[in-house]
Design a protein around this ligand. Structure first.
Ligand code: F6P
Length: 357
């Protein structure tokens, strides 16, 4: 039995832990694992891949990035623009299928986020033996309570806020930290709460910067002369659209820049010295946390179990502390977003965090 694995989309701390789990579990069954490079692109003739044995994955559990390489554009990008679905052309699918057939791959484990799993779903519907593993720092996939990579990203946000706190206090400034998460505010909300932010602005909760300015002035009046603001990259300025960077041909739009706009407006409204900082890809790089190492490894082991059961078209899922599986179609094309009235938002408000609404 020979199975394949690829990871696709943005890299994410914990990807190597999944590979470690897959290779270890497959080896126990006497199976061979083929690792395709740079996502689905590695399937295109002549095929870019290598055989992965346990000796090749020694020590990778703790490494960030992915030993297989990845891409969030190219021939298999299923999501473009603001998240519209693009069908993968038949001739591309046919070319990739030839590689699968030549190598006699009996199961293909696709480790990806919403876009890559949408590609996986299309291929499954065309008869491919696909098994999905959810991956994204954004934590926005439906049908799984958590994805690996999220905890590592949040940990980086918390570290950044701890650092910004001391400089903000010293200068009595407002510091605005822009964080990733695409259209979901999970990284901003978790990172902001854990890092002691005073204001958290999310894509899911329209905000009014006058409310935020009033909150900052009230803090000043109470003797708290610095304020930490976390803004999710997918949050829209009041009456504005998403703030984007230069065009990203062949993939989804690149978000970025809302932090600078929020900072400029808050400086006007409060007359306080205000600075913006964008955390960017620091949130994706570096070693995974212990939680993400374990989650990734368990996801890899479960993916092999699903392959053994022939449970194709299913995605590994984490629910109530258990790793299980769900149909891929339950997980894609409907992002799991922060509930504006949910318990976590209520808890943030209860401790005095301003959400700008
Ligand atoms: O989906 C993960 C993510 O890091 C988003 O949070 C972010 O908007 C995007 O990818 C950045 O993509 P790129 O690496 O192409 O700039």
């Amino acid at each position: 039995m020979r199975i394949g694995i690829l990871n696709s989309g943005g890299d994410c701390p914990g990807l190597n832990a999944v590979i470690h789990g897959v290779v270890g579990a497959a080896d126990q069954l006497g199976w061979e694992v083929i690792g395709f490079r740079d996502g689905f692109e590695g399937l295109l003739p002549p095929g870019d891949y290598s055989i992965l044995k346990p000796k090749d994955t020694i020590g990778i559990l703790k490494l960030g990035g992915t030993i297989l390489g990845t891409t969030n554009k190219g021939h298999f990008a299923a999501k473009i623009g603001k998240g519209d679905i693009a069908e993968i052309p038949a001739e591309i699918v046919a070319k990739a299928k030839r590689t699968m057939d030549q190598l006699e791959i009996r199961a293909l484990i696709v480790v990806g986020g919403d876009g890559s799993l949408t590609t996986g779903l299309q291929l499954y519907r065309e008869g491919w033996p696909i098994i999905g593993v959810p991956k994204t720092i954004d934590n926005d996939l439906s049908a799984t309570a958590m994805t690996f990579g999220f905890d590592s990203a949040v940990t980086t946000v918390v570290d950044a806020l701890d650092r910004l706190h001391t400089t903000a206090e010293s200068h009595k400034r407002v510091m605005v930290l822009e964080v990733m998460g695409r259209h979901a505010g999970w990284i901003a909300l978790w990172g902001g709460i854990a890092g002691g932010a005073n204001v958290i602005l999310l894509p899911e909760i329209p905000f009014n910067l006058e409310n935020v300015a009033a909150h900052i002035k009230q803090r000043d009046a109470l003797g708290h002369h610095s304020t930490l603001v976390v803004v999710a990259e997918g949050a829209c300025m009041p009456d504005g659209d998403l703030v984007t960077l230069s065009a990203n041909t062949g993939g989804e739009i690149r978000l970025g820049g809302v932090g600078e706009q929020v900072a400029a407006r808050l400086q006007e409204l409060t007359s306080k010295d205000t600075r913006a900082c964008t955390l960017g890809h620091l949130q994706r790089g570096g070693a995974p946390t212990a939680l993400d190492r374990i989650l990734g490894m368990r996801f890899g082991v479960m993916a092999v179990k699903l392959a053994q059961e022939g449970a194709f078209g299913r995605m590994v899922s984490y629910q109530a502390y258990h790793v299980d599986s769900v149909p891929i179609e339950e997980a894609v094309n409907k992002l799991r977003l922060v509930e504006p009235d949910g318990e976590l938002v209520q808890a943030a408000k209860a401790v005095g965090i301003c959400l700008g609404d």
